[in-house]
Design a protein around this ligand. Structure first.
Ligand SMILES: [Fe+2]
Ligand SMILES: [Fe+2]
Length: 443
């Protein structure tokens, strides 16, 4: 890490309050530095995060210290709009780089229109604050909240690993399919040490489709790489947690797991966490995947029993690392203490047997039709087995060249009483496979 990266890393940490980080309290609490007014205050299109029935996260980048907001209403001209400021109760937030607005109190399956704006703030001290200027994005965007009444499809991408040559065509495919939401199924990152890298990956990428997530809400199942690097240890700086009122007190720290209804489908998202054991000396005791997975097991059990999820005829689950593998040479991710064993081809998890044992039976009992995973960088399909009613569909890799590592966009929708999963090969531009599933049978 060079000095510039180190300083940026400190900035990531400094902006995160109360996280027990390594910078001194004085540094963490120091006020932001004054910078000259930028040409443009708003530095990116908005990204809709954490698709849900009654709320949505709106996140965008700024170029200077700012207090951001969303104007949102049901009329296309925003004549009924209300203003929602960034931050929670007590204080509106001010931030130098990323604005996060929690919009709550929405109705399910309802189309909303919105615009983003920000006030450029001078902060000279507790009594020396003023608005230096205001900027609003001239565009009015729209989206539809989740719910049983939504007629739409979802798309899945995975293992994008900051490979723009693959992400560009993936986003083009998604734009053509116009889904109701997209699941980013992990390994969006490599190892990210700076906030700037995270801003580039999620908010301000170098591709043409700057507004890729402004009208298409995203859900996120982090991959093993999305926990690696200093900036990813503070991923919530760019990827909001779900709204607090959407989760039980017990599940307070499960900020990205989702269980949402999309028409006749229920979509459930889990985080398989690292592909190495917490005891692996390479990670210096700095990961806590084991208890995280257990906490998600309790969450999953309750999420599957929620009326709007239990009543959906089709149940699709998502997580980054596969929960099943039938090749005995593939490392199952539970080889203590350091993931090494000569019988396996890799010294990291090829699949997640621990998660498979905890979550697999719950998905089976609930009659889940298909689990969508990634991580292998190879497209795979595993048909259901005798004790496993769910099929496992593993999204592809990131290689825009001839070979097995081609990227995929997986599309899911209900057509004539069947769940249809279509696997689009992004390198060839052709449909790779189509799978149909009947309504679920709860066991
Ligand atoms: Fe990956
Ligand atoms: Fe992975």
């Amino acid at each position: 890490m060079d000095r510039r990266d180190f300083l940026k890393r400190a900035a990531v940490t400094a902006a995160v309050a109360g996280t027990g980080d390594l910078v001194s309290a004085a540094e963490r609490l120091s006020s932001p530095e004054e910078r000259p007014a930028p040409e443009r205050l708003i530095a990116s299109a908005p990204m809709l995060q954490n698709f849900a029935g009654t709320s949505v996260g709106v996140v965008f980048a700024v170029n200077a210290l700012a207090n951001g907001y969303v104007l949102i209403g049901e009329r296309p001209d925003l004549s009924d709009a209300r203003k929602v400021l960034c931050g929670g109760y007590r204080l509106a937030d001010i931030d130098e780089r990323v604005i996060q607005v929690r919009v709550t109190g929405l109705n399910p399956a309802t189309k909303y229109y919105y615009r983003i704006g920000a006030d450029h703030i001078h902060y000279g001290g507790g009594y020396d604050m003023k608005i230096l200027g205001n900027e609003e994005d001239p565009r009015i965007y729209s989206f539809t909240t989740a719910g049983e009444g939504v007629k739409g499809r979802f798309c899945v991408i995975n293992d994008t690993h900051v490979r723009w040559e693959a992400i560009g065509p993936e986003l083009d495919k998604i734009a053509g399919l116009a889904p109701a939401c997209v699941v980013w199924n992990g390994d969006a990152s490599n190892t990210e040490e700076t906030l700037e890298n995270l801003v580039k990956i999620y908010l301000d990428h170098p591709l043409e489709r700057k507004d890729y997530a402004a009208c298409t809400p995203y859900l996120f199942c982090p991959g093993n790489h999305d926990s690696r690097g200093w900036a990813n240890r503070h991923l919530e700086r760019v990827w909001m947690y779900r709204q607090p009122e959407e989760r039980d007190v017990r599940d307070w720290d499960l900020g990205r797991n989702f269980a949402v209804r999309l028409g006749e489908m229920a979509l459930v998202g889990l985080d398989t966490a690292e592909d190495k054991l917490d005891t692996n000396p390479r990670f210096a005791g700095l990961f806590k995947s084991a208890e995280y997975r257990e906490a998600q097991t309790a969450w999953l059990r309750d999420a599957l029993a929620r009326p709007e999820i239990a009543s959906a005829p089709y149940l699709v689950a998502f997580c980054h690392i596969p929960l099943f593998d039938d090749d005995p040479s593939h490392n199952p991710g539970d080889v203590a203490p350091a993931d090494k064993d000569p019988q396996y081809t890799t010294d990291y998890a090829y699949w997640q047997r621990t998660c498979g044992r905890m979550w697999g039976p719950l998905l089976h009992e609930a009659g889940c039709q298909v689990l969508v995973a990634g991580h292998l960088h190879r497209y795979r399909y595993y048909a259901p087995g005798p004790d496993r009613c769910w099929a496992q569909l593993v999204g592809g890799g990131r290689e825009m060249k001839e070979g097995p590592g081609f990227p995929t966009v997986i599309e899911g929708e209900v057509l004539q009483g069947r769940l249809r999963m279509t696997v689009h090969n992004i390198f060839s531009g052709k449909v790779q496979d189509v799978f149909d599933f009947g309504p679920r049978k709860v066991r």
